[in-house]
Design a protein around this ligand. Structure first.
Ligand SMILES: *Cc1c(COP(=O)(O)O)cnc(C)c1O
Length: 474
């Protein structure tokens, strides 16, 4: 497929800018030559992007059980609300009294999300999950520093953690203490006890964890950290199993981030941008980033917390995403939020139980919103890998589950069906998985060849990551 630059024809396209009706100014740093933008008619641009969209797989194309990513359907009403001129056409530097509705959105979203998570305050500045982790860790750092407790530089991270956890902690200038999980895929209490000390800044944990298991020892875990003088960070990127059911704040967590672009039905991936709000307990509130919207007797205004860590992003974060998430919360209501989680867990357990007829499930028992399969035996017996199965799913109109994650499970496929899929869809998917399993046993070579129906076959994924081509050579 040609790039826009290759489709460009000199003189084509249209200029829709009105003539200048203010005095022209001569900027000091003026561009010498005009920008080399492609010259293309609107209809051709429209076709270009439609063609691109057809070459990819989104939630609107079919089942998308990408574990740890919560690829749920995003109701269109979210976008309708975010597109209202009062939200879409405001300027970040407008005086507060002209954007009271927008400030109300921020305070309402804060109120509901604090209710759902058991937190006391929230910032919407971070642009995504990992950015939220970084912000939350800066809060922990600022807290210890404010108490003169500068020895606390270590963050405990279980080996089942999402890769962003150790990365964010490193970015925040902390050292990682990795602890292995036990046989159930949960935190090993003895190893945790051995890891804490006077240098412990805190713990980063996901619960349910990345293998889809809710850690029953959670109160004991968070207490061990508190008793050692550390704080507990909850990676709430996937709240899909617990919202309206249990709250991180009640589990003993002091600070959390959420991915509105996962649990709260705002699109992510190519459809972004994201939003990774950070919630905290009262003790961390003084350190929150700038522009914290508050309600006062004379309306809404922005407040800058006294010992703020500063800004982590321009202005108020990705505001339109917050509008979409608030729309989702208000559409579902308290009961609906809880039901969404219950159905997400039900769907995951239903699909797990069907797939377990053919595939090995990494951890026994009831799962939460997702589960992990291990294809180790399939690999040993037939030479078929998780990658092969993933690629053949593409030929069947299904986006593959997350592959090779979490790292503690070999040949992992991590499946998260979400609550927005019907039983019919799950049954059809189970049949596809079944057929692929049979094919793997009878004709493994066919799986090595997959995919055969996609616009491109197997890609050089390492090459794409190591040597990305990011600019157009004119
Ligand atoms: C997705 C995810 C993240 C990172 O979120 P981004 O928005 O991609 O930065 C962190 N932790 C967990 C458990 C996740 O699933």
């Amino acid at each position: 497929m040609k790039l826009l630059f290759e489709k460009s024809v000199e003189g084509r396209g249209c200029s829709i800018l009105p003539p200048l009706d203010v005095p022209a100014c001569e900027p000091k740093e003026k561009r010498q030559a005009p920008l080399r933008l492609p010259q293309i008619a609107e209809v051709d641009i429209s076709r270009h992007y439609t063609e691109l969209a057809k070459r990819t797989h989104g939630v609107n194309d079919g089942f998308y059980p990408l574990g740890s990513c919560t690829m749920k359907y995003n109701p269109k009403i979210n976008d309708e609300m975010a597109a209202l001129p009062g939200f879409a056409k405001v300027h970040p530097l407008q005086p507060a009294h002209t954007v009271q509705g927008c400030l109300k959105v921020l305070t309402l979203a804060e109120k509901y999300l604090c209710e759902i998570t058991g937190m006391d305050a929230m910032t919407f500045q971070p642009a995504a999950g990992a950015h939220g982790e970084f912000t939350g860790l800066l809060l922990i750092k600022a807290y210890h520093k404010s108490r003169g407790d500068t020895r606390r530089t270590k963050i405990i991270v279980p080996d089942a953690a999402h890769g962003t956890n150790p990365a964010s902690a490193t970015m925040a200038g902390m050292q990682i203490v990795n602890i292995p999980s036990n046989e159930e895929g949960c935190v090993d209490i003895e190893k945790l006890k051995a890891a804490v000390g006077e240098d412990t800044a805190g713990l980063m944990l996901t619960n349910p964890n990345t293998v889809g298991i809710f850690d029953k020892n959670i109160l004991q875990i968070t207490k061990i950290i508190h008793d050692a003088g550390g704080l507990n960070y909850y990676d709430g990127a996937n709240l899909n199993a617990v919202m309206g059911v249990v709250r991180p704040g009640d589990m003993g967590f002091d600070v959390i981030h959420l991915n509105l672009h996962k649990t709260f039905s705002t699109p992510h991936g190519g459809g972004g941008p994201g939003s990774g709000p950070v919630g905290c307990k009262e003790l961390l509130k003084p350190f929150l980033p700038l522009y914290h919207a508050v309600q006062t007797d004379d309306g809404y205004r922005f407040d800058s917390p006294k010992q703020s860590i500063g800004s982590v992003k321009a202005f108020y974060g990705n505001f339109a995403v917050v509008v979409k998430a608030l729309t989702y919360i208000l559409t579902l209501g308290a009961e609906g939020i809880r039901e969404a989680s219950q159905n997400a867990v039900l769907n995951a357990n239903y699909l797990k139980s069907r797939l377990s007829q053919w595939y090995d499930i990494a951890y026994d028992g009831i799962c939460m919103h997702e589960f992990v399969m291990t294809l180790e035996n399939l690999k040993k017996e037939h030479g078929v890998t998780a990658m092969d199965v993933a690629k053949m799913l593409l030929d069947n109109g299904i986006h593959p589950p997350t592959m090779y994650f979490p790292l503690i499970v070999h040949e992992a496929l991590m499946v998260e069906p979400t609550e927005t899929e019907s039983k019919d869809t799950l049954d059809q998917a189970a049949e596809v998985f079944h057929a692929i399993y049979q094919k793997a046993c009878e004709d493994p070579e066919a799986l090595h060849q997959a995919p055969t129906t996609t616009p491109v076959r197997r890609l050089d994924e390492v090459g794409a990551a190591r040597n990305p081509v990011l600019k157009y050579p004119f």
